[in-house]
Design a protein around this ligand. Structure first.
Ligand code: HEM
Length: 405
């Protein structure tokens, strides 16, 4: 029996985590009225939803969010259809040398990312394309933080455990520094990842792993589908909820967050072989419009308490959206910005990327999922990484300045 806690009121949600689409549309109207790039930036950063009103012709959001600011751009910027993640490892070194290498790496990475997001990057390969909406996130891993005694939220140092069923490949997960780049297409991602690899090598660091992912480009801000064919990213927190569950608490870490990354292989053939009705019971939502089995519209809140006349739950006991429901977790929400990946036959799936204040939010949900989720028959977690996403760099400043205090 699950106890209800933190009943959340119904509210409009976005697939990208942030503002209500109508608010975003209003933001767009302000921009259109000619209030300029500053207003455009504000509209983008205010809560970070992308997209436009449902049913509207989609103008893909290509404006590049400003690199500089209190928070890094890649957490709440409009979600772009391409991503590249990379993890870097510093050379093992005495603490003081390690700190110096990290400072140098963060300084150079800041320069690379600021330049790639700004006007007229030096690298010709980034100059002639259309604006790609490049956003980035840079975080430090728990092991590095412990090794160098870095100033990170203490909760980060509680590692995400290995869960039953995990088949984790250490070469595809972990890392001292984890970077996520997102853009409208892969071109700038590949160029910027190369530049980051070069600055890493210059301080004796190595690229531990890279992973690229993609999303369907949907019309009118519609929620993209995952490789099982279901809309994924519907129930994401509002901008206000991000303040409670995603960004750090008021104080030294309030502009940081934690990225939890899981590379999850999906057996799409086996799932596709299920009758459609069974697929919907597994997910707890309808494949067509993404509505919960207890509702009629995509953004209706799944109701985990409604029962059928025979006493069974409408949302089955092992349905994914029941087990991941915030109602079972004091209302806690994570900001999910997942991508699909395709690394060849038999290795396709989901790059689960979630931003949380505390990695324990992820752990509590994954403990329930690992134990009972009907999806488990079709998925396998093959890599895992956690990183403290640093506060943003102010103009003229460097990412990670607070780490060494
Ligand atoms: C391949 C693996 C997975 C697939 C295919 C998948 C798919 C989905 C889908 C289709 C939804 C419903 C639409 C939505 O709200 O986005 C959903 C919801 C959700 N999933 Fe997953 N998911 C996977 C793994 C995970 C993992 C590992 C976690 C966290 C431990 C997770 C947490 C959630 C949460 C929190 C929700 C929203 C629940 C709510 O507020 O209603 N999912 N997922």
């Amino acid at each position: 029996m699950h106890a209800e806690s933190g009943k959340a009121p119904d509210r409009p949600r976005t697939s990208t985590g942030g503002v209500d689409r109508r608010g975003l549309l209003a933001g767009g109207a302000v921009v259109a009225a000619g209030l300029g790039a500053g207003a455009a930036a504000l509209a983008l950063r205010g809560g970070g939803g992308g997209g436009s009103a449902p049913g509207r012709a989609a103008a893909p959001e290509r404006r590049t969010p400003p690199f500089h600011g209190e928070r890094q751009s890649g957490v709440t910027a409009a979600q772009q259809p391409a991503t590249q993640l990379l993890a870097l490892d510093l050379a093992p070194a005495a603490t003081s040398d390690g700190r110096a290498a990290l400072r140098a790496l963060l300084g150079e990475s800041t320069r690379v990312l600021a330049e790639a997001s700004g006007a007229g990057p030096a690298d010709a390969r980034l100059r002639d394309g259309e604006p790609a909406g490049l956003s980035s996130v840079v975080g430090v891993g728990p092991e590095l933080a412990a090794r160098l005694g870095l100033n990170v939220p203490p909760a980060l140092l509680t590692a995400v455990p290995v869960f039953p069923g995990d088949k984790l490949d250490p070469a595809r997960g972990g890392g001292d520094l984890v970077v996520q780049l997102c853009a409208a297409d892969r071109w700038p991602l590949s160029v910027v990842a190369e530049q980051l690899g070069a600055v890493a090598r210059a301080v004796g660091a190595t690229v531990r792993w890279t992973q690229s992912g993609f999303l369907a480009r949907t019309a009118g801000g519609a929620t993209p589908r995952n490789l099982f064919g279901f809309k994924d990213g519907t129930a994401n927190p509002t901008a206000e909820e991000n303040g409670q569950w995603v960004w750090g608490p008021p104080g030294p870490y309030e502009h940081g967050t934690v990225l939890v990354y899981r590379r999850i292989r999906m057996d799409t053939a086996a799932f596709a072989a299920l009758p459609g009705e069974r697929q919907e019971q597994v997910m707890g939502r309808r494949a067509g419009d993404g509505s919960p089995l207890t509702g009629t519209a995509e953004h209706d809140e799944p109701d985990i308490y409604t029962k059928n006349p025979d006493g069974s739950y409408v949302l089955p006991a092992t349905a994914h959206v029941r087990l991941s429901s915030p109602r079972l977790d004091g209302g806690a929400r994570m900001l999910r910005r997942g991508y699909s990946y395709d690394d060849g036959p038999g290795d396709r799936g989901l790059l689960f990327c979630a931003f949380v204040r505390d990695p324990a939010q992820f752990t509590r949900v994954q403990e329930r999922l690992a134990a009972r989720d009907a999806l488990n028959a079709f998925v396998e977690h093959t890599a895992s990484a956690v990183a403290y996403v640093l506060p943003g760099a102010k103009e003229g400043g460097t990412l990670g300045e607070g780490l060494f205090g």
